[in-house]
Design a protein around this ligand. Structure first.
Ligand code: SAM
Length: 212
């Protein structure tokens, strides 16, 4: 099966995400098995590969709670998320960005819309939190909160038939069985920064690097 990001109805990530695999979709690498029962992705991030695939039962997961909340909110009520995004677009300015950065909403859709808003207007779409788990990226140069490419309704439909989990990758991998297609894209670092472990936001990702 050939992967493509030309928009023949193919979905693309709505978040900018470090290590995102849009390029892999674009290059059309032949990594997708022709048949599989279930798609499993333990390090979901922006979900580039997941969105590029045809519909199938799935389990998608990540340890980032805000990210996973965002997918869950779109699955359950994408209209509400879009409504709040429109409000963010109207109010967006320097002060509003920093107000939103401090704000910690509890409702699922409000949290999701804040997450998308910050992702699209922060510096370089970076996700970085301090040791208390508070988002601390400064405002960037982009001001578009809503994008022409947004397809939240289609994304909600794509998310219908599967499970979205906030959990460690080991728990996700433990449920994989025969016939499943598992796409594994862990966090990584660059060689010059190598200290044996990968640092990833407020937690250390416990993946010992060999011969990197
Ligand atoms: C390289 S990114 C995945 C990018 C994704 N393939 C895409 O297309 O955007 C790695 C992801 O692993 C997640 N992660 C880091 N440590 C994890 C862990 N222990 N268990 C599950 N997910 C983890 C991060 O939150 C991040 O979203």
């Amino acid at each position: 099966m050939r992967l493509t990001s030309k928009n023949n109805g193919v979905l693309e990530p709505f978040l900018k995400w470090a290590g995102g695999k849009r390029w892999l979709v674009k290059k059309g690498k032949n990594i997708i098995p022709p048949h599989y029962e279930r798609y499993i992705e333990p390090f979901l991030g922006g979900a580039a590969i997941f969105f590029s695939l045809p519909e199938s039962p799935y389990i998608i997961a990540d340890s980032n709670l805000e990210l996973i909340n965002c997918y869950k909110a779109i699955k359950s009520n994408h209209k509400e998320v879009e409504k709040i995004l429109r409000l963010h677009q109207r109010r967006h300015c320097n002060d509003y960005y920093y107000q939103m950065r401090e704000y910690q909403p509890r409702k699922q859709c409000t949290r999701a819309a804040r997450f998308i808003y910050l992702n699209r207007t922060c510096w370089n779409g970076l996700y970085r939190v301090n040791l208390k788990g508070e988002f601390n990226v400064p405002k960037g140069t982009k001001n578009n909160v809503l994008l022409e490419t947004d397809k939240f309704e289609k994304i909600a439909a794509k998310l219908k038939k599967g499970s979205i989990m906030c959990q460690d990758f080991e728990k996700t991998l433990a449920v994989a069985g025969e016939g499943d297609f598992v796409f594994i894209d862990p966090p990584y670092t660059v060689k010059h920064n190598l200290n044996g472990f990968l640092k990833y936001n407020e937690k250390i990702f416990l993946g010992k690097i060999k011969n990197a």
